[in-house]
Design a protein around this ligand. Structure first.
Ligand code: C2E
Ligand code: MG
Ligand code: MG
Length: 407
């Protein structure tokens, strides 16, 4: 079937006859390897059993404005599906795609407020995915809708990240809590290293902004494993599962399959966060000492917080300790050094701010770098342990046997 054959009248009929439904593509956490939720993807089920994908009818619906009718009707269906899913998994997270027009009127917020107010779903059960094109000409109305959704406790995800022209600027202006890497960009990592750089840089940027990351279009084991090690948070793709009808989606949630998971990506993230803190301190010191104090209030803002509790490394070892993973003192010594390093960073910045002597600044910088190196050394040791543990757990011996057999 080609899109030229589909008329708006046919789409209207399909909606009114109840021929539209959702298929759900499982989304899993790299931390646990388990399904945390899914994305609701519109499907038109024809009487002859064939299925029309959204790309063939949504553009007409958007052009004509009929998309808002589709959203309103299908949101009610979605909530019913979520209520069914909650029986098996009460904390299920279902992502719902909305279009630009849906954000221009208040009905989306009104409907969701009522479903949440009546306890049909929790705010955490639904996430709203929007593409950059939906918000690029952001009107005050769109902004207000997004803020209302956030006030309800609903997460907003920027879909197809990496394809648009102004995604970066929008990320800073609108209340996104997650970004979803575009399936094309993710898929092309196997063809062109530039795509791999884009994906990695996006993950690093999101980490620094404390925004969650989701990769879509994961089609191979290699891409999955690479994203896992790169510190991406969640993934969707054909390698794990295609979008499924609701019955099969409920079944897979009941089966609770497990894909590979590792703490390595999270450890790398924590490590990266630590390195980025070090750069932030040094950049602040450099910029302040090279800029006249009366200009200091016009420096670029860096969210420089010296409290280890705000640092991923601090959060990571606290989680590890809570999980009781190690009791050999490894994490305790790191915790102590880490605390001292942040204190030294605080002193260094204060030394510069209070305009003390050059010697005092140099001494404080040396102190800070010394602690920072000690933390680095400790983390490198833990990374190497975790790396080795991972290789053994995933059958390194078998891998070597295979490699030797192939020689
Ligand atoms: P999207 O939100 O970016 O959804 C992801 C699309 O990628 C889906 O296509 C999904 O089937 C496909 N996909 C998932 N994993 C893989 C993979 O590993 N490889 C490849 N090649 N593709 C993968 P689908 O279902 O055809 O949806 C296309 C688009 O239609 C969606 O893109 C979304 O923008 C839109 N859409 C879908 N459902 C709705 C809806 O309920 N409302 C609105 N407004 N738009 C929707
Ligand atoms: Mg989407
Ligand atoms: Mg997408």
């Amino acid at each position: 079937m080609t899109d030229s054959k589909i008329t708006l009248a046919e789409i209207e009929r399909a909606l009114h006859d109840g021929d539209l439904c959702f298929h759900y593509q499982p989304k899993l956490s790299f931390e646990t390897g388990r399904i945390v939720g899914g994305e609701a993807l519109l499907r038109w089920q024809k009487d002859d059993g064939s299925i029309v994908p959204p790309g063939l009818f949504l553009p007409q619906a958007e052009e004509s404005g009929f998309i808002t009718d589709i959203t309103a009707v299908m949101l009610t269906e979605l909530i019913e599906d979520i209520a069914r899913l909650r029986v098996t998994k009460p904390d299920i997270q279902v992502a719902f795609n909305v279009s630009a027009l849906d954000l221009h009127s208040p009905y989306l917020v009104k409907m969701l407020r009522s479903f949440i107010g009546n306890h049909v779903i929790n705010p955490g059960n639904i996430q709203i995915e929007i593409t950059e094109t939906a918000v690029v000409n952001q009107s005050p109305r769109v902004h207000a809708t997004l803020l209302d959704l956030v006030a309800l406790g609903i997460e907003i995800v920027m879909d197809d990240f990496g394809t648009g022209y102004s995604s970066l600027d929008l990320l800073s202006q609108l209340p996104f809590s997650a970004l979803k890497l575009d399936q094309g960009v993710v898929g092309r990592m196997t063809e062109d290293p530039k795509n791999t750089h884009i994906v990695r840089s996006s993950l690093l940027m999101a980490r620094d902004m404390s925004i969650k990351t989701i990769a879509e279009g994961v089609e191979t084991e290699g891409v999955y494993t690479f994203l896992l090690a790169s510190g991406c948070n969640e993934a969707q793709g054909f390698w794990m599962s295609k979008p499924l009808p609701i019955k099969q989606f409920i079944q897979i949630i009941k089966d609770d399959p497990k894909w590979p998971s590792s703490e390595l990506g999270f450890l790398y993230n924590a490590w990266g966060n630590h390195l980025s803190y070090r750069r932030k301190v040094l950049d602040t010191v450099y910029t302040m000492t090279m800029t006249s104090p009366k200009e200091w209030d016009k420096m670029p803002l860096l969210d420089l917080r010296h409290n280890p509790a705000y640092c991923r490394l601090g959060q990571w070892y606290r989680d590890i300790k809570r999980a009781g993973i190690s009791d050999d003192g490894t994490y305790e010594s790191l915790e102590q050094l880490h605390r001292e390093m942040h204190a030294a960073g605080d002193i260094l910045v204060k030394t510069v701010k209070s305009q003390q002597s050059k010697d005092a600044i140099i001494e404080a910088t040396d102190d800070f770098l010394r602690f920072s190196e000690l933390v680095d050394k400790e983390v490198t040791r833990i990374v190497s342990q975790s790396f080795a543990a991972g290789l053994h757990a995933h059958g390194l011996d078998e891998f070597i046997d295979q490699a030797e057999g192939a020689e």
